[in-house]
Design a protein around this ligand. Structure first.
Ligand code: ZN
Length: 241
């Protein structure tokens, strides 16, 4: 793996390096676009190519307040995340008044939206697009930890750790996906809490060591997201492709 990355970097042109640095400096939206696409594609979501759209929505001033808080939970009290905490956030989905964010509730809320729309016979894929995105943000350490000095300074660079090679490694992510079985909303909440904890702990570690994530750590995180989203697809009755 490390060899593979080294080779890829050596092959990057000066222009590519410049562009990666430029875009990394210009955005701070959670994993960058191609990383979100890679997670959704590896999970087997037909609409994987739309998985970065929720960040596009967020970039519009009129939607920003409503959408932004769905993408993180700052966990200012640094409490261990539990299924109860996840379910407790569901009513805050799409609510702008909440400074701390409610990423976990947004995952639950978008699955509920999908089920409701599907139940009414309407086209229901777009709530799943939002869900694919939020499940991606779930594994990003700096979306699960306080928005402190470290987070502000290092957010953008950590969003982009695997951005330039994630789409070339779909096969690797797919082969690394592990089985998660979800049969109820409670199961989903428990899995969200479990992955939030991996992100929170990694966030604590990189703060302590005052460094960015490694590529290997970033891949470990996005594999959690891809595994969970694949399980969500099955849970809502979709066949991952
Ligand atoms: Zn996001």
């Amino acid at each position: 793996m490390e060899h593979l990355f080294a080779l890829k970097y050596r092959g990057m042109s000066v222009m590519t390096v410049f562009m990666v640095l430029f875009f990394n400096a210009a955005e701070s939206y959670g994993w960058h676009d191609r990383t979100h696409l890679a997670i959704a594609q590896a999970a087997g979501f037909e609409r994987w190519y739309s998985a970065a759209a929720p960040d596009v929505v967020k970039s519009r001033d009129v939607f920003k307040d409503i959408e932004e808080k769905n993408h993180y939970f700052n966990n200012n009290a640094e409490r261990g995340v539990t299924a109860e905490m996840v379910l407790g956030q569901a009513e805050r989905f799409n609510k702008p008044e909440d400074e701390e964010g409610h990423l976990y509730g947004a995952i639950i809320g978008s699955v509920r939206d999908y089920k409701e729309l599907k139940g009414s016979g309407k086209y229901a894929d777009y709530p799943l697009v939002f869900c694919a995105h939020y499940v991606g943000d779930l594994s990003m350490p700096l979306h699960n930890t306080p928005y402190d000095k470290f987070n502000k300074e290092r957010h953008t660079v950590n969003d982009g750790i695997v951005e330039c090679n994630a789409l070339n490694n779909i096969g690797f992510i797919q082969r690394s996906i592990y089985e998660i079985n979800i049969e109820s909303e409670g199961d989903l909440a428990a899995e969200i809490a479990r992955i939030a904890e991996t992100a929170r702990k990694l966030g604590r570690k990189i703060r302590k060591e005052n460094r960015n994530m490694s590529q290997a750590e970033a891949y470990t995180q996005i594999i959690h997201s891809a595994s969970l989203f694949r399980a969500v697809l099955r849970y809502v009755g979709r066949n991952p492709c």
